[in-house]
Design a protein around this ligand. Structure first.
Ligand SMILES: [Zn+2]
Length: 186
């Protein structure tokens, strides 16, 4: 299934694990999309609370610092919509119902024609890209995309809150949704 050409995409959603993934691994693509008029939204699952380099900085300050850095970096690329889920780094569990429902909710709210996320598969040629959070993010994102983001009988609490599933189809319908796994493919 080829991805939709940029001119047919109005909204894109990048689902990533850490508040620097999008820029490190797909910054050029995201900047290109935003410049082409595509409204790009980030969904950042963790606050990267295990990151940083300076032991003098209180660890409790790290999440706020990394969110601020993420907002600033996204703005440079032309991205202003960011959803922070606030999970603990190395704590992503793709089987979590809360995470599953949360991602399905965001997909239904954003209604992206293009989703960019991590591959859930190990890549021995790009080992450093295979942080467990990355793999778990990809697995959770794909599971949310199909089938539940587009199944009106799944997660009925979302439909009850005005977030029906009728705008979505299975990924096999290229006019509705294209999944790009380019974070690991290049
Ligand atoms: Zn990462």
């Amino acid at each position: 299934m080829p991805p939709l050409p940029d001119e047919q995409v109005e909204r894109a959603l990048a689902i990533v694990a850490h508040p620097d993934d999008a820029e490190f691994w797909a910054g050029g693509s995201i900047a290109h999309w935003a410049a082409a008029g595509i409204a790009v939204t980030y969904c950042v699952l963790t606050d990267g609370n295990n990151g940083g380099f300076d032991p003098a900085i209180p660890r409790t300050d790290i999440p706020a610092i990394r969110r601020a850095e993420q907002r600033a970096a996204a703005a440079i690329l032309g991205v202003t919509q960011i959803r922070f889920l606030g999970l603990a780094e190395s704590g992503i569990r793709p089987a979590s119902r809360d995470l599953h429902a949360g991602l399905a909710r965001i997909i239904r709210e954003v209604r992206p024609q293009r989703v960019l996320t991590w591959s859930p598969q190990w890549n021995w040629q790009r080992f450093r890209s295979c942080h467990p959070d990355h793999l778990a993010t990809g697995a959770a994102a794909l599971a949310a995309i199909y089938p539940d983001a587009g199944n009106p009988f799944a997660l009925p609490e979302l439909a009850a809150q005005g977030l029906p599933a009728k705008l979505f189809r299975a990924p096999a319908d290229p006019t509705r949704l294209a999944i790009l796994l380019t974070l690991q493919a290049g």
